[in-house]
Ligand binder design. Sequence first.
Ligand SMILES: Nc1nc2c(c(=O)[nH]1)N[C@H]1C(S)=C(S)[C@@H](COP(=O)(O)OP(=O)(O)OC[C@H]3O[C@@H](n4cnc5c(=O)[nH]c(N)nc54)[C@H](O)[C@@H]3O)O[C@H]1N2
Ligand SMILES: Nc1nc2c(c(=O)[nH]1)N[C@H]1C(S)=C(S)[C@@H](COP(=O)(O)OP(=O)(O)OC[C@H]3O[C@@H](n4cnc5c(=O)[nH]c(N)nc54)[C@H](O)[C@@H]3O)O[C@H]1N2
Ligand code: SF4
Ligand SMILES: [Mo]
Length: 686
Amino acid sequence: MKTTAAPITVRSVCPFDCPDTCGLSVTLEDGMITKITGDQEHPVTRGAICNKVRQLTDRFYHPDRLLYPMRRTGPKGSFSFERISWEEAYDEITNRMKDIINAHGAEAILPYSFYGNMGVLNAEGMDRRFFHRLGASRLDRTICNAAGAAGYSYTMGGSIGIDPEETVHTKLFLIWGCNLVSTNMHQTMLASEARKNGATIIHIDVHRNRTSAWADRFVHIRPGTDAALALGMMHVLIRDGLTDAAFIGLHTIGYEELAAQAASYTPQLVEGITGVPAAEVEELARLYGQSSPTFIRIGNGLQHHDNGGMAVRTISCLPALTGQWNVRGGGAMKGNGWYARLNARKLVRPDLMPDTNVRTVSMNQLGDALNDLTPPVKMLFVYNSNPAIVAPDQNRVRQGLMRRDLFTVAHDLFLTDTCKYADIVLPATSHFENLDLYSSYWHLYLQLHEPVMETMGECKSNFTLFKELGLRLGFERDAFDINEEQMIREALDSKHNPLLEGITFDELKANTWMKAGSGSLPPITERIPTPSGKIELYSDSMRQAGLPPVPVHTPLREPETYPFLLTTGPNHSFINSTFANQEKLQKLEKEPFLHMHSDDAAELGLTDGERVKIRNDRGEAELTLRIGQDVLPGVLVTQGLWWDDSRRGQQAVNALTPQRLADMGGGATFFSNRVEVLKLGTVQEE
Ligand SMILES: Nc1nc2c(c(=O)[nH]1)N[C@H]1C(S)=C(S)[C@@H](COP(=O)(O)OP(=O)(O)OC[C@H]3O[C@@H](n4cnc5c(=O)[nH]c(N)nc54)[C@H](O)[C@@H]3O)O[C@H]1N2
Ligand SMILES: Nc1nc2c(c(=O)[nH]1)N[C@H]1C(S)=C(S)[C@@H](COP(=O)(O)OP(=O)(O)OC[C@H]3O[C@@H](n4cnc5c(=O)[nH]c(N)nc54)[C@H](O)[C@@H]3O)O[C@H]1N2
Ligand code: SF4
Ligand SMILES: [Mo]
């Protein structure tokens, strides 16, 4: 009779691109994971995790999981593959690499990756070493928060905000361009706790969504106009004497210039730009100026615009005007990545690059890169990302992926829409199978992840894949012939970052998680990493970069050829395009709806539930209409990065989005995107 071992529970970490980076508690029976919950003892997770990750066994034991390498046998895009061995896969890849390097130079090879797995080693470790050493084109990984991070840094010097655990003390929350309930649930837990002690939560968004329903108040703003709203609030704060002159004098530069600018942003002018009534601008500003502590959670959505960098730069000036940075639970946050900075030089080894002048390609312009670059891209190596769905201007991306002379390798857990264009598909382990180090871009804990299960099938981690490729190409043993533990030790050897003092591999092994700064960060005003050492309301660095040095509102650059502005944010049940192939989660989302204001629908003669076509010069998509008051007139919203749905002839929304770069940081402009809406019947009759 088969004996069954008693279930055991072990610790893990959630690997997904989500600010919360939760501690997980995993139950195993006979080596199989049977249950996943939040770690009760993790100080931020506190036992709670999202529905997506509670269902993670469905994902990792899914019948569609890739378990062995494959080679394409039919035309690109046709999903026809045959099984091959790793030996054959490695031979084919390395031979291609050598041929391409001989004929065109290593620059003709382009890696494409993002944070499908946030583990340091698997997201930005051995892969970086490998492509550096190879001399491949460099990828500017700007698809997520680049504009906002640059904008915030011009004001504050880096990705430094307040420790979110402090926000239990906050009295007023501005949740600004952030769909918190879906995208940062532990911040909602902290804010809800503060609300029990009298805090008010205000959501500022273009879409009345789950977060608006949870918040106490909702401010409905036109897309791409947030800098104007922030300047209008400053206008009122300064006019009504609600600023903190002592703080401004001690910790900021450029107040006079900012005040002069804000003087012209009267509430009436701001109403015209933002759609927020002047009286509401006044009230919001007064509430902000008269409350303390106040906390602004700046989201990613508002910076996916042509002017997204300046929007974040402008909003991040607000807490300095009211002196909130010196109040416990006061301040702002866009991201907190600065605190847990690892030793990047040791981790990614830029010294391995044969030529540091190698070209850099923006991941937001993959479509142009694959079609137009000289010398052309001859090999694309995709891992931790699904560019056929997530990258803008998808038709251009796919036109490139279809090129017969492009050799594409894709490493993933599933046969994604990107994999279907690949010549070689490689199976990736889940994070449960790997040793790795995690840090969050929101809370301040570093976490060590030890494997909780055996490797499935013939899967390999990113770390192992790039290590073995490096060794096959005869690369330096000191950089490639190392194990995960050695790389974690190298990454943590971080003397330039005193906040990591005492955080070592051995300590993490003993404690699982450790907080940067040992839980007692010095006040932000003691460590502002701007050039002046002060919060820069006027930024000379911006002037030198050819940007306006003082906050200002600039209109979106998308030509107004089409009547509607469309924002295409993430949804509740997927993470970007991850999870979009899981049946239970698809059912919860039903389908990607198109939200439209009822006045617009009436004018166009459209009814709720009708299928419509949205189109512009870049592409088109078909969606089901949801009519109501959730968006302002002239605005459309759809959520979720769904995979292609051949049953409904549906293409993903990135068919419509531009490759244009934002004002700062080379960021993406997914939401600065104009379209027209056509009745499907009309389209078919044409
Ligand atoms: N459930 C879930 N969680 C996720 C993800 C996911 O896909 N699903 N993705 C993860 C990733 S990679 C990221 S970057 C974060 C993103 O999470 P968030 O920071 O919440 O960013 P978004 O959801 O892109 O957009 C936030 C909000 O901005 C609004 N918005 C759009 N344009 C504007 C504007 O011009 N002004 C204002 N004020 N609001 C605007 C949108 O309507 C949306 O409600 O979430 C992470 N967590
Ligand atoms: N229209 C529109 N487009 C957007 C956005 C939007 O709001 N609107 N959001 C943008 C943002 S903020 C982001 S961050 C990007 C996200 O874009 P991506 O980073 O591409 O995110 P995902 O779609 O989650 O794809 C991650 C892939 O990595 C795979 N993966 C997971 N773990 C591993 C691993 O260990 N190894 C390997 N090799 N693969 C692994 C997953 O299975 C998945 O297929 O999308 C951007 N695109
Ligand atoms: S996706 Fe985010 S909220 Fe869900 S378990 Fe992972 S880190 Fe936590
Ligand atoms: Mo992101």
